[in-house]
Design a protein around this ligand. Structure first.
Ligand SMILES: [Zn+2]
Length: 324
C-alpha cells in the first residue's frame, strides 16, 4: 500500500495545486467585487431539482474551479445543496443561485466525495444565522483532513498568502451506510458506498422525482478518474446498474434518463484498463514499459484523456501489482 501511495501522491499534489490556484483566484475576485455575486446558472431537471453543469476541463485558474456538477433540491421546509463547487467564490455563486429559487434556508450541504471541485464551496453555506449541516460519507472527514494541508499549501504557494484552515469545511454529520433526510414533504436517501472512485463516495436519491445524484461514481463524456480502487469501482457499477432511477445526474456530464446505458462506456473503459493492466503485470512488464505498450484506443470518445488516462493506468498498476 505504501508503494501505491508513493506513486499516486505526486499526481494528487499536482491536481490539488492546480485546483487551489483557481479557487484562490476566484475567491480574490469575489472579495474585490463586494456583495454583488453573480448567481450560477441552474437547470431545473425535475420539479424542485436543479443542476449546475460544470465544464469539461481540469480544474484551473482559467475556469474558476467550475468543473463539477452541483445540485439543488427544494422541499417545503428547506433546501439541500449537493456539492458546492471548486472554490469559496463558486460556492457563493451557488448560494446566490439558490437564493433566486427560494427563500427557504439551505439546511443541508451534501458532499458526494472529497475532491476539491465538489467541496471547496462549502464555506459559503457554513456561516450566517442558519448554517447548513454538512453531510458526507463517514470517511470524508479523515480523507479531507489528510488532503487539506496540500490544498492549503497550494493556496499559499500560488498566492504568497496563507489561507486559514477554516477555508476547508468538514462534515458535521456522517453516513456509515444509509441516511434519510427530510426537506419537508421531500425525503432524500443518502447511501455510502465501498471504495470506488474514492474511499468516500456518497449517492443521493430524491424519492419525489426518482432522481439519483451519483457524484463521481458516474462520469459521462469526461474520462473517469481513478482515485480509490478500480476493482471496487467496477463492483459498485454493477450495483448501480441494478437501480432504476428516472434520472441520473453524474458528477461530470449531462443527466441521463437511462443509468444502465449511461454507465456502459465508463464500465467498458474501466474494464479495459483492468484487463490491460493485469496482462502487463502478468507479462512482467515494469510500469514504464507497461505505460508505453497500453492500447490508448480505449480512450476514444472520451474528453480529457490527455489529462487523466496515464494517471489512471498508473493507479491501476499500483493497485493490481499486489493483487492476489
Ligand atoms: Zn471526483
Amino acid at each position: 500500500m505504501r508503494h501505491k501511495q508513493s506513486i499516486l501522491l505526486p499526481a494528487v499534489r499536482l491536481l490539488c495545486a492546480a485546483l487551489a490556484g483557481a479557487a484562490l483566484a476566484t475567491h480574490a475576485a469575489a472579495a474585490d467585487a463586494g456583495p454583488a455575486v453573480a448567481p450560477l446558472p441552474l437547470v431545473e431537471l425535475a420539479p424542485g431539482v436543479h443542476v449546475h453543469y460544470g465544464i469539461h476541463q481540469p480544474w484551473s485558474a482559467h475556469n474558476a474551479g467550475n468543473v463539477a456538477n452541483l445540485g439543488v433540491v427544494i422541499g417545503s421546509r428547506c433546501a439541500a445543496v449537493i456539492d458546492t463547487g471548486g472554490s469559496p467564490s463558486l460556492g457563493e455563486q451557488l448560494r446566490a443561485a439558490v437564493g433566486r429559487l427560494t427563500r427557504l434556508p439551505v439546511c443541508y450541504v451534501i458532499n458526494t466525495h472529497v475532491h476539491p471541485d465538489h467541496v471547496l464551496g462549502n464555506s459559503a453555506f457554513a456561516g450566517g444565522t442558519t448554517p447548513a449541516q454538512i453531510v458526507g460519507h463517514a470517511r470524508l472527514g479523515p480523507s479531507l483532513a489528510a488532503r487539506a494541508p496540500y490544498y492549503l499549501e497550494a493556496f499559499r504557494r500560488e498566492s504568497g498568502t496563507a489561507l486559514p484552515p477554516e477555508t476547508v469545511v468538514y462534515p458535521t454529520r456522517t453516513v456509515e451506510d444509509t441516511l434519510e433526510i427530510d426537506l419537508g414533504e421531500r425525503k432524500l436517501l443518502l447511501r455510502a458506498w465501498p471504495t470506488a472512485h474514492t474511499d468516500n463516495d456518497l449517492t443521493v436519491y430524491d424519492e419525489n422525482t426518482g432522481t439519483l445524484f451519483t457524484g463521481d461514481l458516474l462520469f459521462i463524456d469526461h474520462l473517469p478518474v481513478i482515485d480509490g480502487q478500480l476493482r471496487g469501482w467496477l463492483k459498485v457499477i454493477a450495483a448501480l446498474k441494478l437501480l432504476a432511477p428516472k434520472l441520473a445526474v453524474p458528477g461530470h456530464g449531462r443527466a441521463s434518463a437511462d443509468l444502465r446505458q449511461a454507465i456502459a462506456p465508463q464500465e467498458a473503459y474501466l474494464g479495459a484498463v483492468l484487463n490491460q493492466t493485469r496482462a502487463a503485470i502478468a507479462a512482467g512488464l515494469p510500469i514504464q514499459r507497461a505505460l508505453e505498450q497500453f492500447d490508448d484506443s480505449v480512450t476514444r470518445g472520451w474528453q480529457l484523456a490527455d489529462a487523466f488516462h496515464r494517471r489512471n493506468l498508473t493507479a491501476a498498476y499500483a493497485e493490481l501489482e499486489w493483487e492476489e
